[in-house]
Design a protein around this ligand. Structure first.
Ligand code: CTP
Length: 441
């Protein structure tokens, strides 16, 4: 029996895929189809895949052409598969010509002509999500670069009152008129100043536009709730952006903690600091990010995602430059069965680590933990310690935008951050601004 194997992503299964499988089948008696797993695809830069692995497997199965389906999960797997299944012929489309010649050592390699005029990429880009940027932060340059990896998304322009980089200047539309930008887009990404977010989100939602906003949405819980309600009422996606939530290492860490790998969690301690210049000498929160607004959401992410938001006590201690600008803030939480602390600073430097302590062991994430691709689970007996590595592409930004674009296309929120978190962050900032349960040093 002649065995044939072929590999692909098979996203949004199309005519070109069917023709490839038909011809592959004709090359032998038994066809094995390898379908690329989501994570493996991400590591090759194909992060724009629209369908889940299960959906793609189902589509290939439905053709009735595959005698067997395997999942391709790691680089180098093709050699393993060819040996394991005693494959006679490896085949793929001619767009890969030459790339798999190294497999000739193990079986015959056949490149089949690619069907002209159809591809998953083209189907995905038929209706790109048009995004407008709001703000002037240097971070927006990174966003433009990272969005190039998300291929059903297009950056249309930027709205700002301030000077911007040349990368942003070269966008099709650069305007000081917010509504002018809103007219041209399906959605906005907002990263202006925390005190402006509420108005900017409200205006965008009122105009029927989806919103991805750098955390936080508003300076009070009431305003935050109003925005969430407005988005629901209008059937729009309102998602908050904390890029760490989309880093694979961070997300796997959360899942491991929830699965009980370190027992019951007793303490979460996170630190995020940077020694920054005060933006243009401004300490007004309408026009600048202080320590708590810049770092608070990120530092609070593991606390609220692991211990929840139902804390019994929350005490804030800040070093204030004037009444609102904290160069450093420490927050201590007391829960029913646990404690937590965060330290954030723009004028104080510390080790940016995350430690999650449990009844069986602890997790250590080295600095800067919010950008990590590595963490360790440590036990009393060091021989039991385990290390975890996950590739971090683009600091999580591209996955965040991909998730936003999918949420808009599917009409459901597919975020790693929920509204309970969004509201709880606003609670903390509100408490800070009111200086309740507050110490000043
Ligand atoms: N293929 C083909 N003709 C097409 C599209 C794909 O023969 N018009 C073949 C590819 O060469 C590959 C297999 O189908 O052997 C699976 O391809 P895949 O990369 O999943 O599909 P594409 O449409 O090429 O996806 P993309 O646009 O994301 O690259």
């Amino acid at each position: 029996m002649k065995k044939v194997i072929t590999y692909g992503t098979f996203d949004l299964f199309h005519y070109g895929h069917r023709r490839l499988l038909e011809r592959a089948k004709e090359l032998g008696d038994y066809l094995i189809v390898g379908i690329t797993a989501d994570d493996f695809d991400k590591s090759r830069g194909k992060i724009n895949v629209r369908q889940s692995l299960m959906e793609r497997v189902a589509a290939v199965k439905e053709t009735g052409l595959a005698d067997e389906i395997v999942i391709e999960e790691y680089e180098g797997q093709k050699i393993d598969d060819i040996k394991r299944y005693q494959v006679d012929i490896f085949t793929v489309g001619s767009d890969w010509k030459g790339k798999f010649d190294y497999l000739n050592e193990y079986c015959k390699v056949v490149y089949l002509d690619r069907t002209e005029g159809v591809s998953s990429t083209e189907i995905r880009s038929e209706s790109p999500l048009k995004i407008g940027l709001v703000g002037s932060a240097g971070f927006l340059d990174k966003v433009v670069r990272e969005c190039a990896y998300v291929n059903d998304l297009e950056i249309e322009g930027v709205y700002t009152d301030e000077g911007i980089s040349s990368a942003l200047q070269s966008l099709p539309l650069v305007t000081r008129n917010y509504r002018g930008l809103l007219d041209k887009v399906d959605a906005v990404y907002i990263f202006s100043y925390p005190g402006l977010h509420y108005e900017e989100i409200r205006t965008a939602l009122a105009c029927g536009k989806h919103v991805l906003c750098e955390s936080l949405f508003a300076m009070t819980r009431a305003e935050c709730e109003e925005l969430i309600h407005l988005a629901e009422e209008k059937g729009l996606v309102l998602m908050s952006a904390v890029k760490t939530a989309y880093s694979i290492a961070y997300w796997r860490l959360i899942l491991l903690v929830k699965s009980g790998i370190i027992g019951n969690v007793i303490s979460v301690d996170s630190t995020c600091t940077s020694l920054d210049e005060i933006e243009n000498g401004r300490t007004d929160y309408k026009n600048s990010w202080n320590s708590i607004t810049k770092w608070g959401s990120t530092a609070l992410l593991p606390v609220f995602q692991i211990l929840g938001t139902d804390y019994k006590e929350c005490r804030i201690t800040s070093k204030l430059l004037d009444n609102r600008y904290d160069t450093f803030t420490k927050i201590d939480f007391v829960y029913q069965n646990a404690v937590a602390s965060i330290k954030v600073g723009r004028g104080v430097k510390s080790e940016g680590e995350l430690i999650i302590s449990g009844t069986k062991g602890y997790i250590y994430v080295p600095a800067p933990w919010w950008k990590t691709d590595y963490f360790e689970v440590r036990y009393e007996n060091p021989a039991d310690n385990r290390r975890y590595f996950y590739q971090l592409e683009g600091e999580g930004i591209r996955y965040e935008f991909l998730s936003f674009s999918k949420a808009v296309k599917k009409g459901t929120v597919m975020s790693n951050i929920n509204d309970v978190f969004n509201k709880a962050v606003c609670d903390i900032v509100e408490q800070f601004n009111r200086q309740e349960n507050f110490n000043r040093i």
